[in-house]
Write a protein that binds this ligand. Sequence first.
Ligand code: 5CA
Ligand code: ZN
Length: 409
Amino acid sequence: MHAWPASEVPALPGKGRDLRIHDTATGGLVTLDPGPVARIYVCGITPYDATHMGHAATYNAFDLVQRVWLDTKRQVHYVQNVTDVDDPLLERANRDGKDWVELAEGETALFREDMTALRLLPPKHYIGAVEAIPGIVPLVERLRDMGAAYELEGDIYFSVESDAHFGEVSGLDTAAMKLLSAERGGDPERVGKKNPLDPMLWMAARDGEPSWDGGSLGRGRPGWHIECVAIALDHLGMGFDVQGGGSDLAFPHHEMGASHAQALTGEYPFAKAYVHAGMVGLDGAKMSKSKGNLVFVSQLRRDGVDPAAIRLALLAHHYRADWEWTDAVLAEAVERLGRWRAAVSRPDGPSAEALVEEIREALANDLDAPAALAAVDRWAARQGADGGADEGAPGVVSRAVDALLGVAL
Ligand code: 5CA
Ligand code: ZN
């Protein structure tokens, strides 16, 4: 699939800091040490509805990861998927009497527009689950042939016991895993499974549902976790730097994905860090397509809201926090954008060197965007007050805010 156009990232004077970030698997901060090419996989959307503020907040977090890396003069190899066939997508298409392919294509196109408007950097490889199927089938066959997967009434399940490290990503106990598995696409109650937590790798064709040639697996479609594993292994390989998504993906999705990959390759770990963004809610509940309590990026854009203000509204919250979208959050961001634009539109201003270092330090410290915004606020407040007449300063601030925060002033 094609991704979306990249906005330019200005180069800044000096050099950025190495990123310290919270890793779900170790439960603490880790200092990442990527090579000259940092590798990141971020789980993409299931395209049955438009991009809401929760999605945007999560993709914003991983955009910051890349901007910190780019500022350390590294290249970034970024991969993202699209879950373009899945139960909720098929159900929504059925409900609305739409063709599932058209629904997926339409929502993916809208997602690209939203990402472009928000200046979120595009992945180098943007891969749909459907186009990945030819690469998924041999992985499932291999897992089955090595005894890490088994058949149940035509479906193929992964045996979680085949990975000695199973459970290490989320750190949850079995009872918690069972609950979450039932809530998030698993089927712990199905009779005949070796372990209730075992996830499906390949689902035999069901009447009225799309299916593909699965070689020795028979016709069917892939399970959710193996899709992301196949795409990540194909484009990044084992031991990539960051696996990212919202906190609802830690279990089962990232847990199972790590185990699939580790069982397949005999190598450890799948990803060096598992990074999870908090959940954005509306009216006291997690914003979700299934609940329908949504604020869409595209709707705000249609209402004339500047995408830079939407981005500032996201940046005003720490990526790991759970927070609520409200009108006041947006109003504050609009006001801040106006203040910053006025400050950088002057011909000179207070020296910006210290500010660039403050933004770098804030982001390197577990992506503390609110601290970065506060630093820019302080610089903007000094404009015209105690002043300073550094001619280059407004330009430096503009470029730093663009390069490190993705906001065009
Ligand atoms: N297609 C799968 C991943 S392979 C999926 O989870 N799709 S999604 O459309 O449901 O979500 C896309 C991303 O947005 C995921 O990282 C998910 O964790 C994140 N996300 C979903 N809802 C929220 C929310 N309310 N707040 C923050 N992030 C969210
Ligand atoms: Zn995924």
